[in-house]
Design a protein around this ligand. Structure first.
Ligand code: FAD
Length: 511
C-alpha cells in the first residue's frame, strides 16, 4: 500500500465526482501502459456521501435542471448516458416525463452522479485501485516538495497529488439585515423558506435562476401572499428556444489562432465582439443592433410583456440565439484566456447582459412565471437601490421607481465569483496562508491548461490542482457541467502525468 500512488480529492459535489471519475479513467489508462501501478484515491466530504451541493442538493422537484437532459451526460464519450440512466430509473423523476428535451429535477441528477461515481469506483477496484470517501472537512492544505499534506479530523496525510473541488462562493448577506428573524440570508435555506407563512408578502432580492427557484418553491408550497423579485440591473433571464446543434463559423479556434497570430498576441474585446456579431448575424439572418436592440431590450421595465414576447419567440422558433450561445461553450474559455486584461475589465459591464442570455430559463418555467405575473401574484422590478428595515418591523425595498414594503426578505442573488469575500472556508484559508492567490477576474489563480494552483508569490504548485467554480477568473464560464468536466479532465491528466515516473519538476527544482 505504501508504494501506491496517493491522490486526494477535496469535496464531493459535482466537481469532486467528475474529477474522481476522470482520475480513475486516467489511472486505468496508465495501468494499461505500465501494469502493476496501484493507486489510492481519498475523497474528503464532510456533508454526507453525495450532498449534491447547492445545485443538486435540493430535495424539491420544482427545482429542475436549467439544461435539457440530453446535454447533461458527464461522459463525453457517451452523450446519452444521463437520458439512458433516467429511462432505466423511472422512479426518480416521478411526475416528470423523460425525453431528450426534458428538464428533470436536479435531485435526480444528484442520484445520477452518485451512480456514476459508484461505477467508476468499481472499475478502479478491478484495475488495482481503491477509492475511499472520508467524512471529514479538510482544514489545512500544505503543499511541499514531496507532495501535498492535508489536515482533517482524520489526521494529517500526505498525497502525491491533490485536486481541490471546494465549491462556489456566495454573495454575502445584506449586512444591515443579518440576524433579523424574517431575513433569510440564503435562497438555499429551504427550511426557512418553508416556514414563511402562506399569506406573507415576500421580497426576493435577485431575478436570476436562484430567485426563480425561490418563487417556484413558494408557489409549490401554496404561498398566497404577494411575491416581489427585485434586482439592481439584471432582468429575468431570457427564455430557451428549441435546441438545434449550431456549428460555429466565426467564433472558431481557427479564427482565434489567426487573430492572436498563433497565440502570440492578446485579443481585445472588440475583436471578439466583431466575431460574435458576425456569428449571430449569420445564424439569425438579420443585423444585430447592440445599442438599440439587445441593450435597449434588456433595459425595458415592462417585465411581464417582455417575458410574454420571449415565450412567443421561444415557441415560434425565433430564439436561435440560444443555440449559438450554447455552441460557444466549447471555445469561449479559449477566447477569454487570450483577452487582454483591460478587455476583461471592460467585459464586467457586459457580464449582467451575458448572464441574462447565457443563464436563460426553460420554457415551462417561463410560462409558470408569466402566469403568476398575470395573476398579480408576482411582480418583477429592476433598478433596486436598497433594502432596509421599515418602521413597522417590516422591510422597505427602494427601487428607482417605487418603495415596496414586505414581511420577509430572501437574499437570492445567487453565486458570486468573489472568493475573497464569499469563498468557502478552505478557500479563505488558502488565501490567508498565501498557498493561493485571488484572480483579478474572480476565483483563484490557476494555470489555464492544467488547473495547477498559483501561490501568492507567483509559483505554480506542482502537486496541487483546483476544479470547479473557483477557477472562474481563468476559465470564465465555470457554472456548467460542460466546463467543469473539461477542467476536471485536464487536471486529472496533468496530475497523473506528474506521477514520479514522469519528468515532473518539483517546486524546489523550479526555484
Ligand atoms: C442553483 C444552481 C443550478 C445549477 N444548474 C445547473 C444545470 O442545470 N446544468 C449545469 O450544467 N450546471 C448547473 N449549475 C452549475 C454547476 O453544475 C454547479 O455549480 C456545480 O454543481 C458545482 O459543483 P461543485 O462540486 O464545484 O460545488 P458544490 O456543489 O458546492 O460542492 C462542493 C463540495 O465540497 C465540499 N467541501 C467544501 N469545502 C470542503 C473542505 N474543506 N473539505 C472537504 N469538503 C469540502 C462541500 O461540502 C461540497 O459538498 C447550477 C448551479 C447552481 C448554483
Amino acid at each position: 500500500m505504501e508504494n501506491d500512488s496517493q491522490f486526494g480529492v477535496v469535496g464531493l459535489g459535482a466537481s469532486g465526482v467528475v474529477t474522481t471519475i476522470s482520475l480513475i479513467r486516467e489511472l486505468i489508462r496508465r495501468n494499461s501502459r505500465q501494469p502493476g501501478s496501484p493507486f489510492q484515491i481519498t475523497v474528503f466530504e464532510p456533508n454526507g456521501p453525495f450532498p449534491g451541493g447547492i445545485a443538486y442538493g435540493t430535495p424539491h422537484d420544482v427545482h429542475v435542471l436549467n439544461m435539457r437532459a440530453s446535454t447533461m451526460s458527464i461522459h463525453s464519450d457517451r452523450p446519452d448516458s444521463f437520458v439512458e440512466w433516467l429511462r432505466s430509473r423511472p422512479g426518480v423523476t416521478q411526475h416528470h416525463p423523460v425525453h431528450e428535451d426534458a428538464y428533470v429535477p436536479r435531485s435526480a441528477y444528484r442520484h445520477y452522479l452518485a451512480d456514476q461515481f459508484a461505477e467508476a469506483v468499481k472499475a478502479a477496484e478491478e484495475h488495482g485501485g481503491s477509492v475511499r470517501v472520508v467524512p471529514s472537512q479538510v482544514t489545512d492544505v500544505s503543499p511541499r516538495n514531496d507532495g501535498v499534506y492535508l489536515t482533517s479530523s482524520d489526521g494529517v496525510a500526505r498525497f502525491d497529488q491533490v485536486i481541490l473541488c471546494p465549491g462556489e462562493s456566495h454573495h454575502p448577506p445584506h449586512h444591515s439585515l443579518a440576524g433579523h428573524p424574517r431575513y433569510i440570508a440564503s435562497s438555499w435555506d429551504y427550511q426557512s423558506i418553508e416556514e414563511i407563512p402562506a399569506d406573507a408578502s415576500v421580497g426576493i432580492i435577485g431575478t436570476s435562476l436562484s430567485a426563480i427557484d425561490v418563487v417556484l418553491l413558494l408557489r409549490a408550497q401554496g404561498h398566497k401572499g404577494p411575491l416581489h423579485a427585485v434586482s439592481r440591473v439584471r432582468p429575468l433571464p431570457k427564455v430557451q428556444g428549441a435546441y438545434h446543434r449550431h456549428e460555429l463559423k466565426y467564433l472558431t479556434r481557427h479564427h482565434l489562432r489567426l487573430l492572436t497570430c498563433d497565440h502570440t498576441r492578446p485579443l481585445t474585446l472588440s475583436d471578439v465582439s466583431v466575431l460574435f456579431r458576425l456569428e449571430l448575424q449569420d445564424a439569425l439572418g438579420e443585423t444585430v443592433d447592440w445599442e438599440n436592440g439587445v441593450l435597449a431590450e434588456i433595459h425595458r421595465e415592462d417585465h411581464a410583456r417582455r417575458l410574454a414576447e420571449d415565450i412567443r419567440a421561444a415557441e415560434s422558433g425565433n430564439a436561435y440565439w440560444y443555440c449559438v450561445l450554447d455552441a460557444t461553450g466549447d471555445v469561449i474559455l479559449d477566447y477569454w484566456h487570450h483577452l487582454d486584461a483591460a478587455s476583461r475589465q471592460l467585459f464586467e459591464q457586459w457580464r449582467p447582459y451575458w448572464m441574462t442570455y447565457r443563464h436563460c430559463m426553460p420554457l415551462p418555467t417561463a410560462r409558470t412565471l408569466l402566469d403568476m405575473m398575470e395573476q398579480q401574484h408576482l411582480t418583477v422590478s429592476t433598478g433596486m437601490r436598497e433594502v432596509t428595515q421599515g418602521e413597522a418591523g417590516d422591510f422597505r425595498i427602494t427601487t428607482h421607481q417605487a418603495e415596496l414594503y414586505v414581511d420577509y426578505v430572501v437574499n437570492a442573488r445567487g453565486v458570486s465569483g468573489d472568493s475573497v469575500r464569499g469563498g468557502p472556508p478552505l478557500v479563505q484559508q488558502l488565501l490567508a496562508s498565501g498557498t493561493a492567490v485571488a484572480h483579478p477576474d474572480g476565483g483563484l489563480r490557476v494555470e489555464f491548461d492544467t488547473a495547477r494552483v498559483y501561490s501568492r508569490d507567483g509559483h505554480v504548485w506542482p502537486h496541487l490542482f483546483l476544479v470547479g467554480p473557483q477557477t472562474s477568473g481563468v476559465h470564465f464560464y465555470t457554472n456548467s457541467m460542460e466546463t467543469i468536466m473539461r477542467n476536471a479532465d485536464q487536471a486529472a491528466r496533468a496530475a497523473v502525468a506528474a506521477l514520479p515516473s514522469s519528468k515532473s519538476k518539483s517546486l524546489a527544482e523550479q526555484q
